[in-house]
Ligand binder design. Sequence first.
Ligand SMILES: *Cc1c(COP(=O)(O)O)cnc(C)c1O
Length: 451
Amino acid sequence: MEKAFLRTFGKGPAKQYAIDQIRYKDDDGSLLEVVNPLPEYTAEQVSGLRELFSLRYLSLNPLDRSGVWRYREFLPSFKPFDNVVTLWEGNTPIYPLPVCAQYAGMDALLAKHQGNNPTGSFKDNGMTTAVTMARKLGARMVACASTGNTSASMAAYAARARMKSIVFIPEGQIAYGKLSQALDYGALTIQINGDFDAAMNVVQDVCEKGNIYLLNSINPFRIEGQKTIMIEMLHQLGWSVPDWIIVPGGNLGNSSSFGKAFYELKSCGFIDKVPRLAIIQARGAGPLYKSYIASDRTLKPVHAQTRATAIKIGNPVSFSKAWYAVDYCDGIVEDVSEEDIAIAKSRIGADGIGSEPASATTVAGCKKLVEKGVIQKSDQVMCILTGHLLKDPDYSVEFHKDELYLDVERKTTVSGSQKIDTRGFSNKPVQLPADASVLLDYIEKKQQPPS
Ligand SMILES: *Cc1c(COP(=O)(O)O)cnc(C)c1O
């Protein structure tokens, strides 16, 4: 069979590059994508492959245990798989969310929790493939700009591969859970005086001039690994295709990878139906939403503002690929307010599941789309929870103490001028003396149904 190669993404004349050429963009600035030569599977081959994937759950080979490399037939660009750097990523659970379903007006709602990855976010699904490629290419040093999770993931995988890693983060704008990971995994951590978009610009320059391998999602091998989130999901659903996938949109790598996954799976005959895709952005960081509403496919960067720091991105790198995913999956783009995000996050919590704020855009978006009549209450909907609650514990504590501010400033006390309304959903901690009778009185009072 022919080999995988790189190609200019999008319309216009497509240039091709060898798979082992270090390049992230074409000369005119267009993105590149990996083209995978997949066969046209017969029905028999499809069921054989499905059986093989299930058998791999019983294997002790790390390649089979990983929820990414288990599906390596769809990752031919990494052949022969002898450089794989894995932390047993993927294998993330699908949970029913009854509280959220009721909140959103649905009969039922499902969530695939990518926060249950080794470093606590879906970034691991794409980092295992991109760091594997870095190793294949002989890279000694890797770098990324990050709102936090990419740096945490890259630092971990680079450490496993014994490579040096450098992270560029917007000063004072990343959550502590994430910063602590990058530091612990030994990344050279540089706080850039500016926002994520500024960090993203400078890292591309540094990588090009400094001969450093770039691991942002502009790197097409990140997208390859993230495709398997959808493959694993279908496997877990017994290969039935949900009506809707709902995903947060920041730099738009994840949305893009889902579109590519469904395109490839359908083209090779592995599935015969494609779900609809709903990409949800925070209102203050919604350039794709603005473009969607205006039916204008030129990217107009915005100055991003949201407490969901993982999606605080005003100039998304994978904008054009995300548009392709929207088209291919009959998708839509929606935006949600800071209050909607905060309250949806607390409803996910009420289901016993923690997520970070960006992930909660999915449940908030679902509610809004049900209200608009776009999603029907009986539809099968899969929310992609992208990161773990403990990534950003400050957000949760501030929410529950009714001290959540869009423009938070943390000195010795928390303050700000733009308070985010928690609409009675907060769960405030209280201070009481260590006296059993006082405590029992309080507990009893709390058990009374509210009048
Ligand atoms: C990176 C990230 C996002 C945004 O994903 P994109 O691929 O950049 O759109 C959303 N949520 C979390 C938790 C993330 O880490």
